[in-house]
Design a protein around this ligand. Sequence first.
Ligand code: GRF
Length: 206
Amino acid sequence: MRDDRLRVGVLCSGRGSNLQAILDAAMDPAYPAKVVAVISDNPRAYALERARARGVQAEIILPSSFPDRIQHDLAVAQRLEEYGVGLVALAGYMRIVSPEFIRRFPGRVMNIHPALLPSFPGLHAQKQAVLYGVKVSGVTVHFVDEGVDTGPIILQVPVAVADEDTEESLSARILEHEHRAYPEAIRLFAEGRLRVEGRRVWIKRP
Ligand code: GRF
């Protein structure tokens, strides 16, 4: 049987719950993408076990084995190319990918961020939101450009912040939305329905 689904490589550093959501979505044969490789910079990332449990190739590429960040990124890029990926999904990857990496996959690197960008970029976005006192935060799935959390936005989902929310409670609520938003953004990409014009991403109707 011919399998022309989009080949996705996922980069993870930890828990891998977003990876799991993508793996689960891809269990449906009608879903237009499948995960062909998971690469981690962290040998203890639980994401590696999640991948192996589904029969997906899981590899560790240690930053400490390379002279610098760019060489590490280029080694990761090479493996992804060997797997023939058409999309790279960053899912809890705790490294800032270099321009050299992004140029290997132009317009084909996505990330998920647990806030409504451009608010609260960088680390601990949920804590930043609670401390700032916003009433609404949420999820952003975006293409990755050469900045940190600055690329063209594909999808956003608002999540209300309750008075009694803590970093933990808000993170848990946002995460549920992440698990729907990331597979959805990948589906739109795989269906060829995303068109980027400058900062704006247009979603074509089916
Ligand atoms: C998620 O909150 C994601 O938005 C952020 O890092 C976290 C990763 O969680 N970039 P997981 O490893 O997917 O469970």
